[in-house]
Design a protein around this ligand. Sequence first.
Ligand code: NAD
Length: 363
Amino acid sequence: MFKIVTLPGDGIGPEVMDATLRVLGWFGRRGFQYQTEEALVGGIAYESLGRSDPDESMAKAKAADVVLLGAVGGPKWDNLPFHQKPERGLLRARQELQVFANLRPALCFDALKDASTLKPEIVSGLDILIVRELMGGVYFGEPKETTDLPDGQKRAVDTQVYTSSEIDRIARVAFELARVRGKKLASAEKSNVMVTGVLWRQVVTEVAKDYPDVQLTHILADNAAMQLVRNPKQFDVLVTDNLFGDVLSDEAAQLTGSIGMLPSASLGAKRADGKQSALYEPIHGSAPDIAGKGLANPIASILSLAMAFRYSFARPDDAARIEKAVDAVLAEGYRTGDIMQPGKIQVGTTAMADAILKALDKP
Ligand code: NAD
């Protein structure tokens, strides 16, 4: 029995979560055993409990096998101080769960190959996985401060820090994933100008000795950015640090079209009980412009559930079944507004979920 905690959050978060739970229910009716419990994070938690990262929600998330998150944030809370903002709920959940590996697949569904800003032949059949280090690097390194200089200027400092063990653990996650995919791993850093990049390259090279079946290449992060738009299909798994991963995964995401299509997983270390903390979420935000209107594309959230089936429930066939169902409804011509193309059938959140459930029913 898997314990799933849902954090629907704000804006379109609850709408896409509802659609996702309907897909989960489909598997429940066919023998998949789970229980769900909802908890509050983000703006909605701030409104009812006075903080966006309630301890009670964090405790529930930590006790879960899997956490599913919708989205947090919205204009109503934009002017709150940083420590009260809805995003604080998400950041604390990641911290509490110690999820250090962020997996962002960029998968081009055939029916959407014309929706990319790149030529269809460049993106057709694209299936790459970016593995981003999520808990270290320049976003967390100390000192991180702004000081006043005697001449009246200000001086701001962020610090890029990595230890060899932080690099080792993210590299192992990436090698393991490459091993069950195309057996090719590219590691991106800036070892030409950064000492953290030199250490990154050394440690990844060392870890590679434990994975002789995976072909490792090193690439400078700026070159990786260029290669991703020049010839993205040369990559299978790409591992990189927090900052470069933030940028490169957004770039890869855009290769496949809409933000409403992109799932993610954040995984932690194996715990004493053999399980691994895991947080699954669409990469989009709370989309305040369309919230409450039933227009949101639920596919990113539903594909995040597929990732949970693959990485947390050890049911890769069910993951593939969800992905195939999504592929089928797109091929039938169903589109939410964000991926609408001329001549296709425009539907809202509920009708898109209905179509995916119907496709799941087909053998
Ligand atoms: P956004 O992703 O919410 O929206 C960007 C654009 O994409 C909007 O036009 C929106 O309508 C559209 N869009 C996004 N998801 C969609 C979907 N599933 N279906 C159809 N259209 C979709 O980004 P934003 O506008 O920069 O941010 C809005 C709020 O979300 C902000 O408060 C921001 O801080 C927050 N945010 C949260 C997360 C998160 O929870 N992980 C991520 C990014 C932004």
